[in-house]
Design a protein around this ligand. Structure first.
Ligand code: FES
Length: 264
């Protein structure tokens, strides 16, 4: 396949967004994937030529990051998180089920070109483990059956939505969004679900705020550097015993940890 004039124009457009054009390389590579279905030698040459860097430099970036693919990706890239938390919560079982249903292994694509299956690393959605991603949209709290149903729907051409709302588009369409050409679907769902907002809710309820930047740097200045200082700081910070530990209340008075626990 040959890159179209439109793609060359859009690659230039991306590079022009940055004071230092080579900063545009990552989105440019996503655009190449959108146009070509993978990172092709021609795509590498095009990026290198437009940015005034060598093809080896572009290739080094494209082979370093796992979101860039040298082999064609199916219409739907299905990533199953098998990092520790998701794995123990069922990620391994989901991956095994999909592998068996689809008849493919890791980083392989089904014969009909619809699904590429891949183990993926933590996607910072551990509060919804086990997590599956379809074209980088979240599928939270998955089970093997739920994951298999989603795959069946995708292969049948049915409309599928992320558990957070947005409609699932094809991998090439999603790559275009990652290149910085929005499809206006990003606000179809909530940015963060309830489980991710529990800490924020507690902080608001209790009036907790982050320290100011001056306070933050003061805290940083106090960090002990020598081993003896570290030991002394640890001893100073340790309560006499876990049962008798005291914590400061917002009023300035103190209460035992046990009392505080009772109150919660
Ligand atoms: S371990 Fe799976 S999202 Fe963090």
């Amino acid at each position: 396949m040959t890159l179209s004039q439109q793609t060359y124009g859009e690659l230039e457009e991306i590079a022009a967004r940055y004071p230092e054009p080579r900063s545009g390389l990552l989105p440019m590579l996503h655009l190449v994937q959108s146009a070509e279905g993978r990172i092709t030698p021609e795509g590498i040459e095009a990026c290198a030529g437009l940015l005034g860097v060598t093809a080896a430099e572009v290739s080094g970036v494209a082979t370093f990051y796992t979101m860039y693919k040298r082999r064609p990706v199916g219409d739907y890239h299905v990533g199953v998180c098998t990092n520790t938390l998701c794995a123990v919560m069922g990620g391994d079982a989901i991956f095994d089920r999909l592998k068996s249903d689809l008849g493919v292994g890791n980083d392989e694509t089904t014969e009909d070109g619809k699904i590429t299956l891949e183990h993926i690393e933590c996607n910072a959605a551990c509060d919804y483990a086990p997590v599956m991603m379809v074209n980088w949209e979240f599928m939270d709290n998955m089970t093997p059956d739920a994951a298999a149903r989603i795959i069946d729907d995708l292969r049948a051409g049915n409309e599928v939505h992320s558990t957070r709302g947005p409609r699932i588009v094809t991998w090439r369409e999603a790559e275009r969004v990652l290149a910085g050409f929005p499809d206006d679907l990003a606000d179809e769902g909530p940015a963060a679900g309830p489980a991710s907002l529990v800490g924020l809710g507690l902080a608001r309820e209790r009036g907790w705020t982050a320290p100011s930047s001056e306070q933050g740097s003061a805290v940083h200045d106090d960090v002990p550097e020598e081993p003896e200082q570290v030991e002394q700081a640890a001893a100073d910070a340790s309560p006499p015993s876990s049962e008798g530990a005291t914590v400061e209340k917002e009023s300035g008075t103190s209460e035992t940890a046990a009392e505080k626990g009772d109150a919660q």
